[in-house]
Ligand binder design. Structure first.
Ligand code: ADP
Ligand code: MG
Length: 729
């Protein structure tokens, strides 16, 4: 058989789980061995240098040249002793991938001798040139230089390149010659700093000892696995990361028997293997399980400080891809690789913690702490309510478009789930209209605030259909795409909460200056906030049609199109917000918008081309051959006088013809639409055309192709089928 599909299937079916051995007997013996972490620094640096570095990590203070030289030296010796030959500034450009440019540690002296070299200046700053990374107009060619700068808040680590030794990777920011951000990390660090400032100030109303608030993130990463041979037999997976055609298998996810089921041996070996590698890099991977869809899985690390967590997620994704190769698997992070079954998200569990050890979103048994909890909770809800569209913009991408607002996915409405107990507590808060305090009265008892924690402890409410759900001691933003860098969302979430908390403080200060009692003033403001934003609270089924109607009645946005969602970034309100919290200036936001639009256009363009190519060169040609076979059969039947028996065959031939005509005309019209769109100069308009006029053909063509898949002889069908890809041993 010359059919690539059958060759691939034969290879895939013969594969076995690989044996995997732990790097050492106990996890503590290999956890973090490949990171230049605080412990290593303490042992290698002078006490002064170590102190300076830890201060810089905690407060973002400056590191002077001498200290940098000392750290660079220690880093170099540590890395070389462990087999490193090169170093690189490791950063996250707006392409969505991670980037690195390796430089050798050795240099040649004037006498031609090789010398190991890595100075503090090389640690602190690099000029990778990298002029072909997207800058959205921030860099003109005459000042095309981009600089990377060390982020001491995220430990340097060693990456094994397979052949050719190891590379010391130094987590870095990436900025332009003029100091503007070209990456995700730069504005993220600023947003986290803004949150720290505002949240700490609000904490001080409750506890003077709090001097720092750290935002925390625990990203649950969903993904699919496909056998490598099958992957390469599907040009759409190779080019676009998703299948553009494929009929649903008889057994999809309707039985939900895959969820938390026994992990297939090949997959288990892969998971254990990448988890070992992750742990060596200090990534605290903790849980693994099957997801709802067949061949879908999840990995969830323990939460960490947001910046570190995002670096770790990016690194983990890279690692998973590398380790998968070894196991002859391919990881799909795409938000919707297969139609008809669940897509993949990256659930962002987010909270805020103080340097006194308090999780600000954890209810407490003490009434006073309960009021603090309510203060942070309501301020978060208010921030999400007031900036729902901007939050929606952060999850807009070509891939996530199939997951949000498409015909078989949750709608793109931002709502918040709090659970019955908390909602009731807030209702009570709102409805206790006038509270006056007599001597001896206790505001907490009067408001029932003292009851909340006791009730919450047994509160097991979970809502898997809410995009932004309170889950007991944190919020879970579930709409982030599986392939996305969470930084986009974290930049906005932390910025809007920082901004909101700052407003709250201004308001509270005003009232306190006017002589109001603190607790009463706080309660009064929260009451007001709750009134203003309660329409965003929703406890029901977020995937239902009723919710779409109800949300429209409530006046909540439901922005389905990616270009429309992205445009929110550059609305005056958004630009002002980013400026106000000191996260991005207008130019930086505008450049990001341009880049996202361009990414969207390119992705849809690739998909459109893949659809055209597969439809014409694989599907149509196969269908014609099959039609020919059928015609010969029919003719043979007629020749021997079985005219009637030839009729059903002729029906099939007719159906194939009708579908072929539809496919051909669909592809032609789509190609024409693409040509028209490509001549439009304006990127926003081009993206709009791709989102509508071009994408409109995707479903239409797919429908016909998937029908042909059911008609044409299995032996002839060229593309690996869903049922063959989705069930791994
Ligand atoms: P479950 O939701 O299954 O009960 P957990 O609550 O332990 O499990 O954690 C779910 C996810 O939430 C994990 O990825 C975890 O890292 C994350 N998480 C837990 N606490 C926090 C927190 N304070 N901040 C951010 N993420 C958190
Ligand atoms: Mg999950």
């Amino acid at each position: 058989m010359s059919n690539l599909r059958f060759k691939a299937l034969e290879i895939a079916q013969s594969r076995q789980a690989l044996p995997v051995a732990p790097p050492a007997e106990r996890v503590v013996d290999f956890y973090g061995v490949n990171t230049f972490n605080q412990e290593v620094m303490r042992s290698l640096l002078s006490p002064e240098a170590y102190l300076k570095i830890t201060q810089a990590i905690e407060t973002g203070g400056k590191i002077d040249r001498e200290i940098a030289d000392e750290v660079a030296n220690a880093m170099k010796s540590w890395a070389i002793a462990r087999g490193a030959t090169h170093y690189t500034h490791w950063f996250q450009p707006l392409t969505g991938d991670t980037a690195e440019k390796h430089d050798a540690f050795f240099d040649i002296t004037m006498e031609g001798k090789a010398l190991e070299k890595f100075k503090g200046s090389a640690l602190v700053q690099q000029e990778p040139d990298a002029s072909s990374f997207p800058s959205g107009g921030l860099r003109n060619t005459f000042e095309a230089r981009g600089y990377t700068g060390w982020d001491p808040g995220s430990p340097a680590f060693l990456m094994d390149n397979g052949a050719g030794g190891k590379t010391l990777c130094i987590p870095s920011v990436f900025i332009s010659y003029t100091g503007e951000a070209l990456d995700y990390k730069t504005p993220l660090l600023k947003a986290l700093h803004a949150l720290d400032k505002s949240a700490t100030a609000v904490c001080q109303f409750f506890d003077r000892h709090v001097t720092k608030v750290t935002a925390t993130l625990g990203p649950e990463q969903e993904y699919f696995l496909v056998d490598k041979a099958l992957f390469y037999a599907r040009p759409d997976l190779v080019m676009a990361g998703r299948t553009v055609f494929g009929h649903s298998p008889a057994r999809g996810q309707q039985l939900e028997d895959h969820y938390f089921g026994t992990i297939p041996p090949r997959v288990n070996a892969f998971m254990v293997d990448f988890e070992f590698e992750a742990m060596k890099l200090g990534i605290p991977v903790r849980t693994r399980h099957n997801e709802v869809a067949p061949a879908q899985f999840e990995v969830a690390p323990t939460f960490e400080e947001v910046n570190l967590s995002i670096d770790h997620n990016a690194l983990l994704m890279d690692l998973m891809e590398k380790v998968a190769e070894k196991h002859n698997l391919k990881v799909l992070f795409h938000e919707k690789p297969f139609a008809g079954i669940n897509g993949s998200g990256k659930h962002n569990n987010w909270s805020m913690g103080t340097d006194t050890g308090v999780n600000l979103l954890a209810p407490s048994t003490k009434p006073k702490e309960s009021l603090r909890f309510l203060t942070f909770l309501v301020n978060v809800v208010k921030a999400v309510h007031d900036n729902a569209d901007l939050l929606r913009a952060t999850i807009a991408s070509a891939g996530n478009e199939y997951r949000l607002g498409a015909n078989e996915a949750p709608p793109a409405i931002v709502s918040v789930f709090l659970g019955e107990t908390l909602t009731q507590a807030l209702e009570d808060l709102e409805n206790k209209s006038e509270i006056s305090l007599n001597k001896g009265d206790n505001v907490y008892y009067k408001l029932g605030i003292n009851r909340i924690p006791a009730l919450l402890r047994d509160n097991t409410d979970r809502n898997r259909t809410s995009p932004f759900a309170f889950t007991g001691n944190k919020f879970e933003f579930r709409a982030v795409g599986g392939g996305a860098n969470s930084a986009s969302t974290m930049i906005v979430l932390n910025s809007i909460v920082a901004d909101q908390l700052a407003r709250f403080k201004v308001e509270l200060d005003k009232r306190l200056n006017g002589g109001e009692k603190k607790e009463l003033a706080i309660v009064d403001i929260l009451k007001q906030y709750y009134k203003e934003c309660k329409r965003i609270l929703f406890e029901g089924n977020g995937y239902s049609d009723e919710w779409v109607e109800e949300a429209a009645r409530r006046g909540l946005s439901n922005i389905n199109s990616t270009p429309e969602a992205l445009a929110i970034y550059v609305k005056p309100d958004s630009l002002d917000l980013f400026q106000r919290v000191g996260v991005m200036n207008h130019r930086e936001v505008e450049s990001r918008y341009e880049i996202e639009l361009e990414k969207y256009v390119k992705k849809v363009q690739i998909e459109s081309r893949v659809i055209g190519d597969l439809a014409m060169n694989h599907v149509v040609s196969t269908a014609l051959k099959y039609q020919n076979k059928l015609a010969e059969t029919a003719k043979a039947l007629i020749d021997i006088g079985m005219k009637e028996e030839a009729e059903p065959i002729k029906d099939i031939i007719r159906e194939i013809s009708t579908r072929l005509v539809a496919i051909k005309s669909g592809v032609e019209q789509m190609t024409e639409a693409r040509k028209r769109a490509n001549t439009v100069g304006d990127m926003a308009e081009m993206a709009r055309l791709y989102a509508t006029e071009i994408k409109n053909f995707f479903e239409q063509i797919r429908y016909e192709v998937d029908k042909l898949e059911l008609i044409i002889d299995d032996e002839d069908w060229p593309l690996v089928k869903y049922r063959e890809m989705l069930f791994i041993k």
